[in-house]
Design a protein around this ligand. Structure first.
Ligand code: BMA
Length: 877
């Protein structure tokens, strides 16, 4: 704990500064009957405190999620004591500030109850000036079991049920999570464990002041299209101990803008709005999404004075960009478009969905966030959806997204459920929404708010078997919560970006239909979530040609090196108790093999461990190939309308990251290791991309460009035989002009002609590889491939001999591979050495390839050579 002076700049007259006393650090934690009493860090939670004290093992180890259920069924008390300086005590007002309490608690200060909390997503502060003591002060936070609280709340809601009661058994979770304003996935999800945390998950401090205290501050630029002028809206929430007059000065020196506003600060907590006009003669540098430009910013300074005495001094970055969600008729076709225009430019959203990076949020440190977000950028993503069953992420998450040009689709935290709408629930949600919007709206990365995850769909398609006679009251509750409360607050707080009531939704059409559309999955409107595990994912015709795909995906298992630390030998088989335990999606393990078996031989090694690791590998191959096919379909549908469908402008697959070591839809494993899918994403999201597919017995190649400028491009299509290395024949298309932001066909050849033209080729013996080349013969974008048969049926495919050599040079490590045969899905794995390859999971149709390895901690040629394993498709036979 430390005492610090916040701001004490004096212009002419001396002013007493505000004083802050940080209360983070070591607290004492005990359970309800006192049988457990341990030191506990704040910020933190009960689980991590118990783990640090070795009172419990790693909660992620094997079946510990079940063994440690008792933790969330108990009540816990956090306690600390501290002395308060005389300097702080003499202040007129002292606030006890909690940036986040998880979740239901009573706060006692020197034995007096100062308040209660019931919402993990709110900041709370309490006035404690009158309770401060000389000498020792004692602060206690008594947390109630979230599981018992949720149960009691559901029982108190006697008039009708608010489904679902409990998660499916396979999730091994807790019930009634919709009755507590807490990370919804903390009671379990179909990719995550049940760890209903309790704790003080964000910082705590005393803030003491005499006249004014800045509570929250935000700024966002607005562009007036008719006048061509930018203005900056600045909002300050100020707590004033007395009504007083003063001045607020805003300045953006780099844009030559400065203004001083005479202000009357009224006693109590008030929101003040100011507008700073930006001189039209100044060129304003714009923030662009990754791949479309840079992310420049300006520095805003805010100062508040009273009689020349500086009372407030703060500042922030300001980024200028506009965002519009365009829902309009497309020609004469049915439905409405659904795409985002950033700074006037239509932008295809490429990316994924973000879930909480850990069940224990206090472990999500800056390096975890940076690594995951950098991995998103490295895979050529420009957008992430912060999914509504997790948490509003920490400030740093959005700071990094701003800096990296990652657009954020921000859900409010409601998911896959109906919710109660009693007054106290609505009140706490209203406060949550205002606080979060105020906290986040300065971030240019956030381009859209969305009220909830899948709750419109849940109502429309009746997930919870609500009898028709009762449906209307649930629709009423839905409209009350998301439209009359969440939406109303967002529209008032933030005119700078669009708001959608749900995801998926038909957007404007849902509104027409009374906010719950008959079919929120309609491909003619809004966004779509689409999952089908049983249909053949190599057949693009099974995918909906939607305007915007905000969720779609397939599961896979993480690699052995990720599972090994949380398992023991008896767990290492696909049908072990452990393997079923970690699978939280009904029939998930079978579905993966079923899908894989459509195109690949399943592992059949007689060696149990090899069979297990081969199976992990084959699930990753399946997933990578499925999501690739689907994403490529969405990207190539960008410029086409077929039977009214198409004009697809977004592909966000489910899901980017993992919360623990288990099978899931993620492309990055818990710990940061890239699955094969993530390496594939690097290619299928690249700015320039060739996509090959078959239709009407012809092979088509589309060229897709996200560039701002035109490209003169041709397709170079090569046929290879499974029997041997080297291409059999090469076909090229004419040079075609591909404007930026367009997907267009540039190559078409009937299959029979293609095969016959290459002599010995049949569907079973040959495969196609292709790339794009500009008018100087320079390759643009990655090389891609199209299989003419399932690899399990390929004739001539044999087990290759691959040798690898690891070398180190000034820029890191390189691995050179030599193969004596065609090798599909070549997978390099260095076990637990953290880092990533420049590419992986690739097809080798020539005899050699060099890839780089970026180690995330110091490593050596010896270590990498020792750890390196290479798997290709035929190794699992
Ligand atoms: C969607 C998501 C999540 C879920 C995923 C996979 O419904 O919104 O709720 O984890 O599908 O089932």
């Amino acid at each position: 704990m430390f005492c610090c002076v916040l701001f004490c700049v004096v212009l002419g007259v001396f002013s007493e500064p505000s004083v802050e006393l940080g209360l983070n650090g070591k607290w004492r934690l005990s359970n309800s009957n006192g049988s457990v009493s341990v030191p506990a860090p704040v910020p933190g939670c009960v689980h991590t405190a118990l783990m640090q004290q070795q009172y419990i093992q790693d909660p992620y180890f094997r079946f510990n999620d079940l063994s440690y259920r008792w933790i969330a069924h108990d009540n816990w008390t956090y306690m600390t004591s501290f002395n308060v300086s005389a300097q702080l005590r003499v202040k007129q007002k002292v606030l006890l500030v909690f940036d986040g309490v998880d979740t239901v608690a009573t706060i006692l200060f020197n034995g007096f109850m100062v308040g209660r909390t019931d919402n993990m997503f709110r900041r709370y502060d309490f006035s404690v000036s009158h309770l401060l003591r000389d000498g020792e002060n004692v602060l206690k936070v008594v947390l109630v079991s979230p599981v018992l609280y949720a149960f009691k709340q559901s029982k108190a809601h006697s008039s009708y049920s608010v489904p679902p009661e409990c998660p499916p058994d396979v999730q091994k979770g807790e019930c009634h999570v919709n009755f507590i304003r807490k990370e919804q996935s903390s009671f379990s999800w179909d990719w995550g464990p049940s760890f209903p945390t309790l704790g003080l998950w964000k910082g705590i401090r005393l803030e003491a002041f005499d006249i004014l205290q800045l509570i929250q501050f935000s700024s966002f630029p607005l562009y007036n299209h008719s006048s061509g002028q930018w203005r900056l809206q600045v909002e300050l929430i100020i707590d004033a101990d007395q009504t007083t007059s003063g001045q607020v000065e805003l300045s953006l020196p780099e844009l030559g803008s400065q203004e001083t506003f005479q202000t009357r600060f009224t006693k109590g907590r008030t929101k003040y709005n100011f507008t700073l006009l930006i001189n039209k003669s100044r060129e304003v540098k714009l923030w662009w999404p990754n791949g479309h430009g840079s992310q420049p910013f300006y520095r805003l300074t805010i100062r508040g004075f009273q009689d020349q005495v500086l009372l407030l001094h703060t500042g922030s970055k300001v980024f200028f960009r506009t965002v519009e969600l365009i829902q309009e008729q497309i020609g004469s076709s049915l439905g409405l478009s659904f795409y985002f225009r950033i700074n006037g430019k239509p932008v295809f959203l490429k990316g994924s969905n973000w879930i909480p990076a850990d069940a224990f949020q206090d472990r999500v440190d800056p390096s975890v966030l940076r690594n995951l977000l950098q991995s998103a950028v490295d895979a050529n993503m420009n957008a992430l959806r912060v999914w509504g069953g997790g948490v509003y992420e920490q400030d740093l998450f959005y700071d990094i997204c701003d800096e990296m040009g990652l657009m954020v689709w921000q859900d409010f935290m409601f998911a896959c459920a109906m919710y109660p709408t009693e007054d106290d629930f609505i009140l706490t949600v209203r406060e949550e929404v205002s606080q979060q919007v105020r906290r986040l709206k300065s971030h240019p990365s956030i381009i859209v708010w969305s009220g909830n995850n899948e709750n419109e769909a849940a109502l429309a398609t009746n997930w919870f078997d609500i009898p028709a006679s009762k449906r209307l009251s649930y629709v009423k509750d839905y409209v009350k919560l998301y439209v009359n409360n969440v939406r109303e607050i967002v529209l008032e707080e933030d005119p700078s970006r669009p708001f959608l009531v749900s995801s998926p939704t038909n957007g404007a059409e849902s509104e027409q239909e009374g906010w719950v559309a008959a079919n929120p999955y309609d491909p003619l409107y809004g966004d779509v979530h689409f999952y089908s595990y049983t249909s053949d994912c190599w057949d693009w015709k099974t995918f909906p040609r939607t305007r915007f795909a905000s969720e779609y995906g397939f599961q896979s298992w993480p690699s052995f090196s990720t599972l090994e630390p949380v398992s023991v030998e008896e767990d290492w088989s696909y049908d072990s108790k452990f393997s079923s335990h970690r699978q939280h999606h009904e029939s998930g393990n079978q579905q993966m093999l079923q899908q894989a078996a459509l195109h690949f031989q399943l592992p059949n090694s007689s060696h149990p461990l090899k069979r297990f690791t081969d199976t992990l590998y084959i699930t990753q191959v399946m997933q990578a190939q499925c999501v690739k096919t689907q994403t490529e379909f969405y990207r190539r549908s960008q410029s086409e309308i077929i039977e009214g469908k198409g004009h697809t402008m977004g592909a966000l697959y489910w899901q980017l990251n993992d919360i623990w070591q288990a099978p899931s839809w993620s492309s990055i494993e818990f710990g940061g290791k890239w699955k094969m899918l993530h390496y594939f994403a690097q290619n299928f999201f690249s700015s320039v991309l060739p996509v090959g597919f078959e239709d009407e017995d012809s092979l088509f190649v589309y060229a897709i460009s996200d560039l701002s400028q035109d490209l003169q491009i041709r397709a170079v299509v090569k046929l290879y035989s499974w029997f041997g290395l080297g291409s059999l024949c090469t076909l090229t298309s004419d040079l075609t002009l591909i404007p930026g932001g367009v997907a267009a066909p540039i190559f078409k050849r009937p299959m029979s002609e293609l095969l016959a033209g290459c002599g010995v080729c049949t569907r079973l013996t040959c495969l196609v590889s292709f790339h794009l080349e500009d008018d100087h013969g320079v390759q643009q974008g990655p090389t891609n491939e199209h299989f003419l048969c399932s690899p399990k049926d390929a004739q001539g495919l044999r087990r290759p001999n691959i040798t690898a050599k690891v070398q180190e040079d000034e820029s890191g490590f390189a691995v050179t591979l030599l193969s004596d045969a065609v090798a599909p899905f070549v997978w390099l794995d260095v076990g637990r050495v953290p880092g990533r390859f420049s590419s992986n999971g690739f097809l080798m149709v020539s005899g050699n390839r060099t890839v780089r390895f970026d180690a995330w901690r110091p490593s050596s040629v010896t270590e990498l050579s020792r750890s390196l394993t290479i798997t290709t498709l035929t190794d699992v036979y």
